[in-house]
Design a protein. Structure first.
Length: 134
């Protein structure tokens, strides 16, 4: 079983709270592997930590997520609700077709913003000032 890994990247390095409030940093959380009932609790904690550190949009890079079940969707929806309460925009970047289908079947494609799926949607492009390296 593959377990997800995350790495938070921001324009302003490890301390995004010190970012200029007029230009909040985009926080990118790349996810890898499977998001399921076994990995969802740890993912929830990781995303809550990312939200606490975020001052601007939170982008979840799903391009390397091989599987997502309904417990994973619950984590994404919960994160989106918490982000909205904090005034933070949550975006899903590059979800694979299985995840896109699951979002569409459940109607969550109308709740969660997706960009650049392998189903032909417009790719999410970070503004030049917020692009980050590995």
């Amino acid at each position: 079983m593959t377990i997800f890994q995350t790495k938070t990247q921001t324009r302003h390095g490890a301390a995004p709270r010190t970012a200029d409030p007029a230009h909040p940093a985009t926080t990118i959380v790349p996810l890898y592997g499977e998001i399921d009932i076994f990995t969802s609790p740890a993912l929830r904690e990781r995303l809550l930590r990312a939200l606490r550190l975020s001052t601007g949009p939170l982008v979840l890079d799903l391009s390397r997520v091989s599987f997502c079940d309904v417990s994973g969707l619950a984590v994404l929806v919960g994160t989106q609700r918490r982000a909205r309460a904090l005034g933070i925009t949550l975006r899903l970047a590059a979800p694979r077709s299985q995840t896109v289908r699951l979002l569409r079947v459940t109607g969550l494609d109308r709740v969660l913003t997706m960009h650049g799926s392998d189903q032909g949607e417009q790719p999410y492009r970070l503004p030049a000032q917020t692009r980050t390296g590995d």
